[in-house]
Every structure is written in C-alpha cells, then in structure tokens.
Write a protein that binds this ligand. Structure first.
Ligand code: SF4
Length: 402
C-alpha cells in the first residue's frame, strides 16, 4: 500500500527497514510537503515540535487518506493544534512513583514494567510516556540494565516482565538480545512480554534477524497495538504471521480514542480482523489523561457501550477487557456492562447480551425459567421496578395484593 508520494520508490526499498528509517518524516517542512495543513496548523506543528517528539514512517504515513482532514490515522500520528488545549499530566499513571531501578516500575504483586528505550519509529500523539521524549527514564546503558536485572534477581515474587518504551523492537538487536538473555537468566521470571507498535507502524521491522533474537530468547509474548482496522494491512498481517510462526503469542492492546475508534462498527471490524491475523484482542484502554491528548478522551461509558455491543454479538475471543488505568498508580480497573442484575439467597438475576433479564438458580432448587424478567417486562412495568426474586418482603407484599 503506497500513496502517490512514494509510488516511484522501488518495492525492495519500500519493504526495507533501512529505507523506511532513512526516510522518516520528522520535520514540519517535510510534513507540509506531503499533507495540506489547514491555516494555522503549520505554525502549530512548528510549535509542538519543540514540546513533543515527531516522526512518522513513510509506510504508516501512506495509510493516511490525505483528502480527509478527520482521517483516523492522521489524527493518531500528525501533530495538531488541539494538543495545546491543556489538561493532562506528564506521568498520568504515576509510573515514576513506583520506580525501583532504572526503567523498572514495580506496582503489581508479581510483575514489573521495564522501560528499555524512549525511541519509537513513529510517535503517537496520545502516547502516555511523552515524559520520556524530553528526559528519558529508560534503562539504556548496560550498567542501568544490569541494575534493573539485579533488582529482578533479588525479588523472587516477580514472575512476569513487560518490556516497554518507547518501542523495545526498535532497539539495536544486540541490545535487545542482551536484555532478553539477562532477564531469562533470572530463574523465577516465568515469562517476558514485549509491548510494540512496530508491527503496526513499521512492519518491515519484523526481519529474520529480529525473529532469530526472539526465538533464541524463548519467544517472548508480544502485545501489539492496533487501534484501527485500516492499520491491518497486508504488510502488518505478514509481520504478525512471521511472529506467530516463531511461536510468539500475540495479544493486542487498543486505546479508545475519540474520532479514531470510538464507535461500535469500527471496533467490531477491528477485533474481527485482529482474530483474522491471529492476534487476540486483549485490552481496550480508556485513554489516559496525558498531556496534549485531551481531545482523544471519551467518556468511560463509551468503552462500556462498545463492550456491550461486542459481548455476545461476536466471538468471545474477539472481546477485549475494557480497563481504566486509575490515576495515582492505583492500577488497571476492568469495567464491564453489568450482567449480574441482583443476587439473593439461592438465586441471582442476570441480564443476557440481548437485554433479556432472567433469574438463575444458584442451588439447583428452583427452575430459572420461572424467574425470568425480560426487557418487555420492563417496558410493560409502567415505571415500576423489576423486583429481584427471592426477596421475602417483596414476595409477602405480592401475596397481600388483592
Ligand atoms: S509506539 Fe507506543 S511508546 Fe511509541 S509513541 Fe506510540 S504509544 Fe508511545
């Protein structure tokens, strides 16, 4: 897939990682050559460049529909004056508060986040680690990596290490190899995950050399980061296939972004296509309050509404867990539509994916069908509440009715 700007580039060059990196779009001037910017936007981009990093791979840029100012890919990657509208913090998840060694955040009981670079081949406008774009707190030297690994060795409760960044798959291969080998040498670490958007924004990165490094280090799990169905191109699918063939389990994390994927049809298309390339939708994140990203934030209810529209309406494997990462480092909180309406001794009242409300015996003693309420009941109840069954005082009231 290539837009007109690069139609004359030889296919070998286009598919080459080195060519893509040599031709990164990284100046407002180059951006203005490729994209018509509305009045005032060019100046805004110049200003934003001083505040936030900016780079786009030609491959990822080619996914933009340049004729559409509201194009979702464009919204995710091209700087916008909306980023100056205020709000948000540099470290919305307070990762630095739980920093225990260079790049290492230890928040959950048995797992750690290990930030190993601040570099990405393209920079997302909604990134939660913009703080690293100015002053990196990643473990980037051997001494820093060794210090972090020493912490892992000393903490036997840690069994899961998530490498993140920046994008760990942009690291020089000898450095990635070193980090993975060091972590694997810690006996109690059972598995390693890598968070990467390279399969999405620069699938040419998934080279045979990279696969060899991953393979000899036990094929760590990879969390991809597809946000929109149009990111699932032939190239991205091929990259994921290569990873899967190397024995790497692939899960996807999506961020819920206003104007990008905050509608049911887009999200349904995304999760179905992800399964089509053997990537399991894992998390749907509510967009965190990071600086420069307030225009991407939706209501929390939007995420719940999307899950409601997926659960039962498409394959269960395609339904991610919707989570809000709580401020102050309180961790991920899963939010789901409420399917358990109420509970009473021996009985619960449930709601199915179609909105049908029904009683369900908890003890095999009562037939569930006898207890069902449906949306029709609600509509016909004349505004009266649907009373959970098994509540003695309501049953007594009913008996007293004439
Ligand atoms: S690839 Fe990940 S780390 Fe890099 S800018 Fe995008 S969201 Fe941030």
């Amino acid at each position: 897939m290539r837009a007109g700007h690069w139609k004359d580039v030889r296919s070998e060059d286009w598919q080459s990682l080195q060519w893509q990196l040599r031709n990164l779009i990284r100046t407002p001037r180059r951006l203005a050559e490729l994209l018509e910017l509305p009045a005032g936007e060019a100046a805004a981009v110049q200003q934003l460049e001083k505040q936030f990093r900016f780079a786009i791979s030609p491959y990822y840029f080619s996914l933009i529909d340049c004729a559409d100012p509201g194009d979702p890919i464009r919204r995710m990657i091209v700087p916008s004056s909306l980023e100056s509208s205020g709000g948000g913090s540099h470290d919305p998840l307070s990762e630095k508060d739980d920093r225990v060694a260079p790049g290492l955040t230890h928040r959950y009981p048995d797992r750690v986040l290990f930030v190993v670079t601040s570099f990405c081949s393209s920079y997302c406008r909604f990134c939660i680690r913009k703080r690293n774009w100015k002053t990196s707190d990643a473990a980037s030297t051997r001494a820093e990596i060794d210090q972090a690994v020493a912490y892992l060795r000393a903490h036997e409760e840690v069994r899961d290490v998530l490498l993140s960044g920046g994008d760990p798959l942009t690291l020089p291969l000898d450095q990635l190899d070193y980090i993975l080998a060091q972590i694997r040498s810690v006996k109690h670490v059972e598995f390693v995950r890598i968070g990467s958007r390279e399969p999405v924004m620069l699938p040419m990165r998934i080279t045979d050399d990279l696969l060899r490094v991953l393979d000899r280090n036990g094929s760590p799990w990879i969390n991809t980061h597809f946000n929109h169905p149009r990111e699932i191109t032939e190239e991205a699918a091929k990259a994921c296939e290569k990873l899967a063939r190397t024995g790497i389990p692939l899960n996807n994390q999506t961020v819920l972004l206003a104007g990008v994927n905050d509608d049911i049809a887009t999200m349904k298309d995304l999760v179905r296509r992800l399964l089509g390339i053997r990537v399991r939708p894992y998390y749907l994140y509510h967009c965190d309050p990071v600086i420069g990203a307030s225009h991407f934030r939706t209501s929390v209810w939007k995420g719940v509404e999307i899950i409601e529209a997926l659960r039962g309406h498409t394959t269960g494997l395609a339904v991610p867990t919707f989570v809000v990462d709580a401020p102050g480092g309180a961790g991920k909180i899963p939010l789901t539509p409420n399917y358990l309406v109420s509970a009473a001794p021996g009985r619960v009242v449930l709601r199915n994916f179609e909105g049908v409300i029904l009683g369900y015996s908890d003890q095999d003693s009562v037939a569930p069908s006898a207890a069902s309420h449906s949306v029709t009941d609600v509509a016909q109840s004349g505004g009266q509440p649907l009373i959970p069954l098994g509540q003695p005082h309501y049953e007594r009231r009913n008996e007293r009715k004439p």
